[in-house]
Design a protein around this ligand. Structure first.
Ligand code: PEP
Ligand code: MG
Length: 325
């Protein structure tokens, strides 16, 4: 089986009955990628820019960011690279930008920080747009969005950065697509309004699970309560897919759930177009997708959506996976 999983790397992620899905990689620290690091992914579905910021002792300059982002974009010519704007706060802090709060996951985090510091946001977005010149494969992703005002404000700043750079450059530049992360539960009920503003959605199931279940994702004591297979989380993910589908929005999921065979099957059945994960998991998920039909995946989803507890979902999925091999 191991051998079979390795051999699948070069094949397409298509179900037995011909339904295709895109598999992308999550990345963060590495700025240059060779073929062996891609494990058959078709681009980057989530580039966590804050990781490189965390490795430093001061904010990187615009030019430093341009160089780093250029390397990433150039490693995936013609393939999508989704770069997320700085998502600090929560569990990710910078020693040169301390944030001390009693409740960091409910506090000053992600877009909340960068909208309060537009100078940080503008430098980063300018660097992304400059790095994209001649590449044209950049998409920008906004983390921790809760309300539409935040989206409007971020889009206004991105537009400002774009216009500045368009003026500075002698060549025509392309406007990158912009998407939001669906990871704060309030967005579940604002999908149609969001769809009118942005180009794509990417579900952050790690945070969505944490916030839906009110369970700190890093607290050992309540770790057993943190479960993306909780029926409420699955129903939320399904609802998001339905609502996005009605608006014809491109929908991806970039949390840990995408890298689990059971999770990938359920997300495929819900209608997610793209799954983004640690690249070493891609061959395994590709194998699973190639060994199941969309019809079977949909039956599994139907069953899971009826079950009462996360335990029951796990038991059912494990039985099904054993049958798949
Ligand atoms: C998520 O929340 O699911 C996600 C992908 O982002 P992060 O893990 O960086 O918060
Ligand atoms: Mg998140």
């Amino acid at each position: 089986l191991q051998q079979e999983v390795r051999e699948v790397t070069e094949l397409e992620p298509v179900t037995e009955d011909g339904h295709a899905i895109e598999l992308l990689m999550n990345a963060g620290l590495v700025a240059e990628f060779d073929q062996s690091m891609k494990h058959g992914s078709s681009g980057i579905g989530l580039y966590r820019t804050e990781i490189a910021f965390m490795e430093r002792t001061s904010f990187p300059s615009e030019q430093e960011q341009v160089s780093a982002y250029q390397n990433v974009l150039a490693s995936f010519p013609g393939q999508t690279v989704v770069m997320r704007t700085l998502d600090i706060g929560g569990d990710k802090t910078l020693e040169y930008f301390p944030i001390n709060e009693a409740n960091p996951f409910l506090g000053w985090r992600g877009i909340r920080v960068t909208l309060d510091h537009p100078e940080i946001f503008l430098v980063q977005v300018r660097a992304m747009i400059r790095a994209n010149i001649g590449q044209e494969n950049l998409q920008i992703l906004l983390p921790m969005i809760t309300s539409l005002q935040e989206v409007d404000e971020a889009l206004r700043l991105i537009e400002q950065a774009f216009l500045e750079i368009a003026q500075e450059q002698s060549v025509d530049i392309q406007k990158p697509q912009v998407g939001v992360m669906i990871e704060v539960p309030s967005l579940i009920f604002q999908i149609s309004q969001l769809a009118e503003r942005v180009d794509f959605f990417s579900v952050g199931s790690n945070d969505l699970t944490q916030y839906l279940l009110a369970v700190d994702r890093n607290n050992e004591r309540v770790a057993s309560l943190y479960d993306a297979y909780h029926p409420a989380v699955l129903r939320a993910l399904n609802f998001i897919a339905k609502q996005s589908g009605e608006k014809n929005m491109s929908l991806s999921l970039c949390g840990e759930l995408a890298a689990e065979p059971g999770g990938a099957i359920l997300l495929l059945a819900m209608g997610y177009d793209k799954l983004s994960m640690n690249s070493f998991n891609i061959p395994r998920i590709k194998w699973v997708i190639r060994h199941i039909s969309l019809q079977h995946a949909r039956q599994m989803l139907e069953t899971c959506l009826q079950l009462d507890t996360a335990d029951a979902v796990h038991q059912y999925i494990n039985r099904q996976l054993e049958q798949l091999g």
